[in-house]
Design a protein around this ligand. Structure first.
Ligand SMILES: [Zn+2]
Length: 360
């Protein structure tokens, strides 16, 4: 290990320069204008894989952006680790909120700022340089390694499933290591062993055939904005618990060991509150903030629209209102079952709906 660490120390500034090169490629996967940059970035990754001493390096085209692969299998009999990462990044708007350019990597207070520095180019580079340091200082890695670096993570990894299914032999491994998550804190090594799932729904509320004038018709019909507000308000109680019947039925309780490990982490709720600029923390009663964000399911309203939102006043009763809702799920919850339970609140025979007479 000594020689590996010496190699890292000796090459640290080059590693940083290479990270900056990687970060300066605008590989925005959702923007057609950046298609060439994304391809250039795939080639940059492939070149890196070759330079650090990996074998069978290949760029696999897909119907979207390519997947880059490389391996080193010289530790016969030892386990094989498949590293996953992505070289594409999210869009950069609004540009005026950047202190330095998104593709002009800049170090401030010991942190490097650029699009992709924390998601996921920094992590990819870290793994590549770890393997390089082993290979170049002692000619081997103590395990076998495979790298799969894709270019479509930020657009839903549309071609990844099919690639994995058709390259099972190539990707065969004992351990899959996804390096696409943050560290808990500086100096706190972190293994992320689970992420919450997601159900996303849209609520459309329609009332009348067209918008109505509140002076002529107000008082005789239910306003979809109002009905929507009531629907949304009914989804959680004041203790932050989700009220959809059956929502928590399958949630596995935390093991005492897990609870204890979580409480040992250096976490300061007040520092956390300040970092968010929140007037106060609010979450499901009976759980710590870390439990709330890591092991408890949630329901959030992501967007609402309905009626007149222009300047000035317009006395309209809108015909329609809409909201987007997402639910984060935890182990043992089934996304389809939760979606069905959510739809169940649309059951007109239940008491809640009866109370909203006239709404559809
Ligand atoms: Zn990512």
């Amino acid at each position: 290990m000594e020689r590996v660490l010496q190699y890292i120390d000796k090459n640290q500034s080059r590693f940083l320069e290479e990270l900056k090169e990687f970060l300066s490629i605008p590989s925005i996967s959702n923007n057609a204008d950046n298609k060439k940059d994304v391809l250039r970035c795939a080639h940059y990754v492939a070149d890196q894989l070759r330079q650090i001493g990996l074998q069978q390096v290949e760029i696999f085209p897909t119907s979207g952006h390519p997947i880059v692969y490389g391996e080193w299998l010289g530790s016969t009999g030892e386990p094989t680790v498949l590293f996953y990462g992505h070289y594409d990044v999210q869009p950069v708007d609004p540009l005026d909120l950047w202190t330095s350019g998104p593709f002009d990597p800049t170090i401030r207070n010991g942190e490097i700022f650029a699009r992709g520095s924390a998601d996921d180019k920094g992590q990819v580079m870290m793994n590549l340089k770890a393997v390089e340091s082993h290979l170049k200082s002692q000619g081997k890695v103590p395990i076998n390694v495979k790298f799969l670096i894709e270019g479509e993570e930020e657009v839903g990894s549309a071609n990844l499933d099919e690639f994995i299914a058709s390259h099972k032999g190539l990707l065969k491994a004992d351990v899959g290591l996804i390096s696409d998550t943050p560290m808990f804190d500086r100096g706190v090594p972190s293994i992320c062993y689970g992420l919450r799932g997601l159900v996303y729904v849209q609520i459309d509320v329609s009332g009348t055939d067209s918008d109505l004038h509140s002076g002529s018709f107000g008082g005789t019909v239910i306003n979809p904005n109002f009905a929507l507000a009531q629907i949304i308000a009914s989804l959680k109680n004041p203790d932050g618990q989700i009220t959809i019947p059956g929502f928590y039925d399958d949630v596995l309780p935390m093991s005492p060991k897990e609870k204890e490990e979580l409480s040992r982490l250096p976490f300061d709720p007040e520092k956390y509150r300040k970092s968010l600029g929140a007037p106060a923390l609010f979450g499901e009663k009976g759980y710590s903030p870390l439990e709330q964000i890591w092991v408890r399911p949630t329901l959030e309203v992501n967007g609402i629209c309905g009626g007149f939102i222009g300047e000035g006043a317009k006395t309209v009763i809108p015909a329609k209102a809409m909201a987007k809702i997402s639910m984060r799920l935890v182990p043992n919850q089934d996304s389809e079952r939760i979606a069905n339970l959510f739809e169940g609140i649309n059951d007109h025979s239940n008491a809640w709906w009866q109370s909203l007479a006239g709404a559809d």
